[in-house]
Design a protein around this ligand. Sequence first.
Ligand code: ATP
Length: 318
Amino acid sequence: MSGGHAVEISDLTRVYQRGRGEPRTALDRLSLTIDRGEIHGLLGPNGAGKTTLCKILSTVLLPTSGTARVDGHDVVTETAAVRQRIGIAFGGERGLYGRLTARQNLMYWSALYRQPTAVAKVRVAALLERVGLADRAGERVETFSRGMKQRLHLARGLVGDPRVVILDEPTVGMDPVAAREFRVLVREVRAEGRTILLTTHDMAEAEAVCDRVSLVDGGRLVKTEDPRTIGAWLSTYERVTAENVPAWTVDVLRTVSGVVDVQTSPSGSVRVETDAPGAAGEVLRILVDAGVTQLSTGRPSLEEVYLHVVGDRGLGIR
Ligand SMILES: Nc1ncnc2c1ncn2[C@@H]1O[C@H](COP(=O)(O)OP(=O)(O)OP(=O)(O)O)[C@@H](O)[C@H]1O
């Protein structure tokens, strides 16, 4: 094992140039370090640059400028060393052969890693056990549930015994129980001493599984946070909706500390967003004092909180 961090990204920039069209900057001087044995979340909306970063780290795409190192090895000048150390598992159907069995899929990947068949057989059996698919190993992958396919993806990512595992949107489309089981598995993979980079656009997932989370937007690193901070953001955001609110009360609500947005409709209904503890309580008190009787409170969605944090620029969140 080399010294330093598991992943070191410095001023990484990637510009896509399509024909004569406008160049598109997918990564913009992004710097980030990931410690060994860490589960690092990369959280961002569609088009933030997450997949581009994963592709550069796995040596299938060249950066325009800047550097990235995996386990001390440069992704551009030491591709062979990086490929030996990195495993990648995509979400969805990409890269799995539905008409082959789970075991055959993994044997195929082992062959790509040039593992001798006898060694591969032992390793594949252990991996299928590891991800809870040993009893379904001989079945065609097309019969698998979404969660089972994803566990097979993870096993595929582990075929080369990598130091760093990249999981690109691993739980997209999974039901909540399967997603929770998958996160347990991810933690077990970390417990084996591996480092995990997990991309997601789901704040709750980032909070549930990651040791640290980096928010990316428009190819830039917005900030790296402890996931508990994200949990705190979620719990401080509250929304109050009310009907038949007098106009003068709306003006008062706008002055309350912790109120970040007040939306009104012609019918007299009002929606107030708050981002500080106690602010929603103060809003309710003002409304009740003004004689408003139709009131409700709730929490905004994770996506709305995310947009507030990175700045709402109309980015498409799934
Ligand atoms: N091959 C390409 N040619 C041109 N532009 C591209 C190409 N690949 C990605 N882009 C652009 O680069 C930006 C970042 O894309 P990227 O796929 O890395 O984002 P992402 O965060 O992974 O989003 P998603 O969650 O949708 O996959 C987007 O604006 C995208 O349109």
